[in-house]
Write a protein that binds this ligand. Structure first.
Ligand code: F0G
Length: 356
């Protein structure tokens, strides 16, 4: 029998090179990110009826979030330009991804995160990958202002999504959705924090549309957390709050990009409460076998809200992006699920508890 190379994936830069800015081969820094599954929802018919619902499970990227798509490109570009170090502000996932790709590229990573409110998994990743982790006594917006200031004066590459190469990498998720479905969905739901991802998806869908690969564009449905919804309210928020710490952002950098996606696609930027987010988080884990972090579940919470409001119809194809893996945030998982039952080494007792 002959070995085949069937199914080997080169990472998204190599796979989508025709649709990305030029990059030299020797600079490509990849952990084989992308090619994440589009999982068909099967057990939520009581909520969604005959709507076809799919989950773009971005938690299955190498560092457990969609950030790897942008980071492979931003770090590769930084490497091509000869940068020795990268820096970012982060609610956690960007810092984990920047730290991993910097390690792979042989660069130093500096990450500024809020002191408190970073999920444990994310913090441990940045630490393990050898980043210098700076916990600032402020929130994400303060951290982003600081890294913008630092990169003005020092030779360190900024790898937040205001770096346009981040958006370029992230748009490939929209390509994959189209490739998997064979067409574009009717609606695409996303959590919105700094608003880079919704901006990137909209760019990706438009590029495939212009190429003639798809004949319709989805309505872009962005959801912020209620206590942290500057775009919905129309003004920055000084002190944002939400259990979904990944999207606890009061002044998103890609605010305009989100509004453009909403306006041009005929979609919405709306909000969901922490209760709705946790409900969707638990539903996905307990009924679909898909474990995402709380912020990710804002997309499904948004879809549930829109279904209740009569916006979604039978026959629609709806994609929800699940941006990060549930293991990122073990504390929220432990606090939102039944506790383990302690038992003696006694088979009768165990069988009794099992209900036999
Ligand atoms: N979901 C997760 C899990 C995230 O980590 C983020 C952003 C978002 C959604 C929102 O995406 O910012 O493009 O609108 N996390 C950033 C970070 C801010 O630092 O990891 P966005």
């Amino acid at each position: 029998m002959q070995l085949t190379r069937k199914g080997l994936w080169g990472g998204l830069i190599r796979e989508f090179r025709d649709f990305l800015p030029e990059i030299s081969d020797s600079a490509i820094t990849t952990l084989r990110e992308g090619n994440t599954p589009l999982v068909e929802v099967e057990n939520l018919k009581d909520i969604f009826g005959d709507i076809r619902l799919l989950l773009k499970y971005e938690g299955l990227n190498p560092t457990g979030s969609f950030k790897d798509r942008g980071m492979t490109f931003a770090v590769s570009k930084a490497r091509e330009e000869g940068a020795k170090a990268v820096i970012c502000a982060s609610t956690g996932n960007t810092s984990a991804s920047a730290a991993a790709y910097a390690a792979k590229a042989g660069m130093k990573a500096y990450v500024l995160v809020p002191d408190g409110g970073i999920a444990l998994g994310k913090l441990s990743q940045a630490m393990m990958h050898g980043a210098l982790v700076l916990q600032i006594k402020g929130n994400f917006d303060d951290a982003l202002n600081l890294v913008k200031e630092i990169t003005k004066n020092y030779p360190i590459k900024l790898v937040n999504s205001i770096n346009p190469f981040r958006i370029e990498g992230q748009k490939t998720a929209a390509f994959e959705v189209c490739e998997h479905l064979g067409f574009a969905p009717t609606y695409h739901f996303l959590p919105v924090g700094n608003a880079g991802n919704i901006t990137a998806y909209w760019k990706g869908y438009n590029e495939y549309y212009r190429e003639g690969f798809i004949s319709n564009l989805p309505k872009m449905m962005g959801f912020q957390a209620e206590g942290s919804a500057p775009i919905v309210l129309g003004h920055p928020i000084e002190d944002p709050h939400t259990i979904a710490t990944a999207i606890k952002i009061g002044n998103p950098a890609s605010w305009e990009g989100a509004l453009k996606a909403k306006k041009e696609s005929g979609g919405v930027i709306d909000m969901v409460s922490d209760e709705e987010i946790l409900e969707a988080y638990k539903l996905l884990a307990s009924r679909e076998g898909v474990f995402c972090e709380p912020a990710s579940a804002a997309s499904l919470a948004g879809a549930i809200k829109m279904k209740k409001e009569g916006v979604l119809n039978d026959g629609d194809t709806v994609v929800c992006t699940l941006t990060g893996h549930g293991l990122k945030d073990p504390d929220n998982a432990m606090n939102n699920s039944p506790k383990p039952t302690k038992v003696p080494v006694d088979i009768d007792k165990i069988l009794e508890i099992m209900g036999f």
